[in-house]
Structure formats: structure tokens, C-alpha cells
Design a protein around this ligand. Structure first.
Ligand code: CTP
Ligand code: CA
Length: 226
């Protein structure tokens, strides 16, 4: 708290951004996670900050450092991320760029799991994590005025993301094709499709910072002072 806020169309607005992967422990030395550098979420937070927003940045263990001038909340697991997001309300907009692990290990061990010499691998049991985006999208009173989800897809990007938007109840979905041949995962560029109630808008391939800048301007158009 206490970062100097800039002038801009989002001055006086509070925006929550989730970013990075979550880590779900198996034991004290092992975890499962999604592949996510945190680059696009970090760029989003910086772009929203640059338009004057007060940004709360809820981040899992990402490769890239959080931007300056935002309020950073560090978490490890999906359930910690859900609780951290819960604590950020009220917000004018929420942008869910995190790659949340869909499942956590239900039989995680408090002590390091050891090979027992039998050659048998341990059996992990999974439980589904809370859907943070769907929860905020459907929260009723106190819902942010604009809720934006992200969707990394590999097959029919527009159809999958359009269905996802309706299923979750968010306002926009920022979809991208992360098939290996696109080279998007872990790269500096992104090619997105912005899906809202009117349809799908296909954007050109751009640096992640430029995607973020344009998305932040769209967000300002939706919730900003104008
Ligand atoms: N998301 C979330 N909480 C979860 C899972 C996903 O907030 N437990 C958010 C992500 O941050 C993203 C959006 O939901 O903004 C879509 O994530 P995605 O993994 O594509 O959606 P899922 O519903 O998990 O669908 P899938 O089975 O395709 O992974
Ligand atoms: Ca998922």
C-alpha cells in the first residue's frame, strides 16, 4: 500500500489481478503446478497501474518479479489464492490471468515421501480446487463491475473460450492458443482472441506488454472515468 497513483482514466479505480501458477504440495519438497511464467499477468498489472488504477496483484510463484507500484499478495496454492482474492473486495474490476492448478493433492504428506525399495510408485489422490473466477463472476452483491478471465486453449480456441465465458459467468475471456507450434507458452508475444457478449475479436500477434496495454485501455473504456 502507499504507491503513488498516477493520473489516468483508471484513477480512483481498484483492480485485482491474479497471475502466475499455483503450487499444490505433494510433500514438503514436491508439488504439482501449471506451466506459467506470470509474464502476461505481470504486464496486465503494470498496464493497469500506468492508467492510474490501484492494483492488487495476487500472484503465485511466478518466474518474473511483480511490477513496482502495485500491492503484491504472494500465495502458493489455489485455496490461498481464492482466500487472498476474497480479501481484496470491493474492486471495480478483476482480471484472472493466473494459471490455477485445477486439482490439489488430497493425500499430501507432511513429511518427505521416500522410496520404499519395492519399486512401487505412490498413488496420489486429487481433489478439485475452487474456481476463483467463477466464484467472483457469480458473487452477486459486491461483484466487480467487470470480470475478465483468461483461457489458454489448444484446440477450438473460440468455441472453447465462448463456452467457458458462459459457464463461468465472466464478462470477457481473453483466449489464446497455446499449442506447442504457436510458441506462445513462455514467449514474449501473445496472440489473443477477446470474447465478450457480442462475439470474438481476433487480435494480431503482439508483445505481451502491448497486449496488456490494449486490454487495459479496453478495461478503462468499460469502467474508467472516460
Ligand atoms: N481459474 C480460476 N480458478 C480455477 C481455475 C481457473 O480462477 N480453479 C481461472 C483462470 O485464472 C482463468 C480462467 O479461470 O482466468 C480459465 O482457466 P482455465 O484453466 O482455462 O479454465 P477451467 O475452467 O479450469 O477449464 P479447463 O478444464 O479447460 O482447464
Ligand atoms: Ca484449468
Amino acid at each position: 500500500v502507499g504507491a503513488a497513483l498516477r493520473d489516468g482514466p483508471l484513477k480512483g479505480r481498484h483492480v485485482v489481478v491474479t497471475s502466475g501458477p499455483t503450487h499444490e504440495p505433494i510433500d514438503p519438497v514436491r508439488y504439482i503446478a501449471n506451466r506459467s511464467s506470470g509474464a502476461q499477468g505481470t504486464a496486465m498489472a503494470a498496464a493497469l497501474r500506468d492508467l492510474g488504477a490501484r492494483v492488487t496483484f495476487v500472484t503465485g510463484p511466478a518466474d518474473v518479479p511483480p511490477p513496482a507500484g502495485v500491492d503484491v499478495v504472494r500465495v502458493q496454492t489455489a485455496r490461498e489464492m481464492a482466500a487472498a482474492v476474497q480479501a481484496t473486495h470491493p474492486a471495480d474490476a478483476a482480471v484472472f490471468a493466473a494459471a490455477v492448478a485445477d486439482w490439489r493433492v488430497e493425500n499430501a504428506s507432511g513429511s518427505k515421501m521416500k522410496k520404499d525399495g519395492s519399486g512401487k510408485a505412490p498413488a496420489l489422490e486429487f481433489a478439485e480446487n475452487p474456481d476463483i473466477l467463477a466464484g467472483v463472476s457469480q458473487m452477486g452483491a459486491g461483484r466487480p463491475g467487470l470480470v475478465v478471465g483468461f483461457a489458454a486453449e489448444t484446440d477450438d480456441v473460440v468455441a472453447n473460450a465462448t463456452a467457458k465465458r458462459l459457464r463461468k459467468g465472466c464478462d470477457w475471456i481473453v483466449a489464446n492458443d497455446v499449442s506447442a507450434e504457436t510458441g506462445i507458452m513462455g514467449g514474449d508475444e501473445n496472440a489473443i482472441v477477446l470474447i465478450d457478449g457480442d462475439g470474438a475479436d481476433i487480435w494480431p500477434r503482439l508483445p505481451k506488454a502491448e497486449v496488456a496495454r490494449r486490454l487495459a485501455l479496453r478495461i478503462a473504456g468499460a469502467i474508467g472515468a472516460g
